[in-house]
Write a protein that binds this ligand. Structure first.
Ligand code: HEC
Length: 118
């Protein structure tokens, strides 16, 4: 009986920790890609502790790039992925940046951004 109680306790405490760890690993990778692919030269994601990298600030025309902390409230990952491919537009405007990563990187970043709902 003691053994069973011990096991239940173990599972109760460990399961959320493992689930949490998984979520964080996914985010970490996506955040690394986001930085690596130069997104933070225009965008901040304040909710994830990402500020604009002023040292590599790129010209984005007359439109100020938005902070992406809550982009998942209005966009799903499919839309974001298409927008990055310039297959979606905002009021007739395409994304100013050519996406330099591969499909897997695009999907990883899109899924992560779509999960940001503030
Ligand atoms: C050269 C500057 C620049 C870079 C670099 C850049 N963006 Fe953007 N991004 C913009 C601008 C400007 C907008 C707003 C476009 C508009 O409203 O017409 C935008 C819009 C977006 C949106 C839509 C936001 C919304 O509110 O719907 C997403 C998502 C996005 N960018 C993701 C990314 C990702 C991911 C990267 C890196 C691969 C990236 N951006 C790199 C300038 C940039």
């Amino acid at each position: 009986m003691k053994k069973i109680i011990y096991l239940i306790t173990l599972v109760t405490f460990l399961a959320p920790a493992i689930a949490d760890d998984k979520a964080n690993t996914g985010n970490k990778e996506a955040i690394e890609k986001f930085k690596y692919l130069g997104c933070m030269s225009c965008h901040s994601v304040k909710s994830a502790g990402i500020g604009i990298d002023a040292s590599s600030k790129e010209e984005s025309g007359s439109i100020t790039p938005p902070d992406l902390s809550t982009v998942g409230k209005t966009r799903n990952s499919e839309w974001i992925s298409n927008f990055l491919k310039k297959k979606e537009q905002i009021e007739g405007r395409s994304h100013p940046k050519i996406f330099k990563g591969d499909k897997a990187e695009r999907e990883m970043i899109s899924n992560w951004l779509a999960s940001l709902k503030g």
